[in-house]
Write a protein that binds this ligand. Structure first.
Ligand code: JF5
Length: 229
């Protein structure tokens, strides 16, 4: 899979060099390219924002550098899916990750301020080079920009690529995994020591009775919706 990320904070993506995603790149399972939106500006101050038409607080990201940045990537590919993280997008769930993991090329557009001029999404919906424009929300809260949301999406999607996880078994019984675990989360897990600060590991897990253990674990699963506080 190829991933291109456009942001005014390319340094935000340094963590993608670490751990499993870093290894996945070394193994050529994933190629990640980071682009600085300001490289696609043409004025001395590298301006990427402007006041909102109609007035109001905050600034809007100008469509001009966004168009040039996205076009420069599209010139090097057959087709790609454009992902724009925004609180007004469609909810990102495990099913979304399962769908995106089979894509050949993802482009992440990380907005800041009040967001990206709406014509950028409109324009690329009608582009031959764009398979789909996906405006994606991680949840009903506001972040300072699309960067953190993009990293979360990239992590959820790339860990499903065969060979990225060390143990191919581990993604199968994950919370929300297709089949048995769809819309369910795993229950509590334990390791040694058997007693820690007066707290005991459930006896059944030490019993060696694999059928009983499987039934107990099933009883400990929960329905998918995160509990609100
Ligand atoms: C962003 C305008 C993008 O805040 C988010 C976000 C929340 N859930 N999912 C994404 O993205 C950054 C903020 C404001 C556009």
């Amino acid at each position: 899979m190829r991933i291109d990320i456009i942001s005014i904070f390319p340094d935000f993506f340094e963590p993608l060099k670490l751990s499993l995603i870093g290894k996945a790149q070394e193994k050529n399972l994933v190629e990640i390219n980071i682009h600085d939106l300001r490289d696609f500006t043409h004025d001395k101050h590298k301006t990427v924002d402007d006041a909102p038409y109609g007035g109001g607080p905050g600034m809007v990201m100008s469509p001009t550098p966004w168009g040039d940045a996205i076009d420069s990537i599209l010139n090097t590919t057959e087709q790609a899916t454009l992902i724009i993280p925004t609180p007004s997008g469609e909810a990102f769930i495990q099913k979304t990750a399962n769908q995106l993991t089979t894509e050949e090329h993802l482009i992440f557009a990380c907005g800041r301020y009040e967001g990206i001029d709406a014509r950028v999404a409109q324009h690329y919906i009608n582009s031959e080079k764009i398979k789909e424009v996906k405006e994606i929300s991680l949840g009903n809260y506001v972040l300072n920009g699309g960067e953190v949301a993009s990293i979360a999406i990239i992590e959820a999607v790339t860990r499903l690529i065969p060979g990225v996880l060390g143990n191919e078994e581990s993604a199968i019984d994950d919370s929300f995994a297709p089949g048995e675990m769809e819309d369910r989360t795993e229950g509590p897990i334990f390791t040694r020591p058997p007693v820690w600060r007066d707290l005991e590991v459930p006896e059944i897990l030490l019993s060696g009775d694999h059928k009983k253990i499987a039934d107990w674990r099933k009883s400990q699963q929960s329905s998918a919706t995160p509990k609100s506080s």
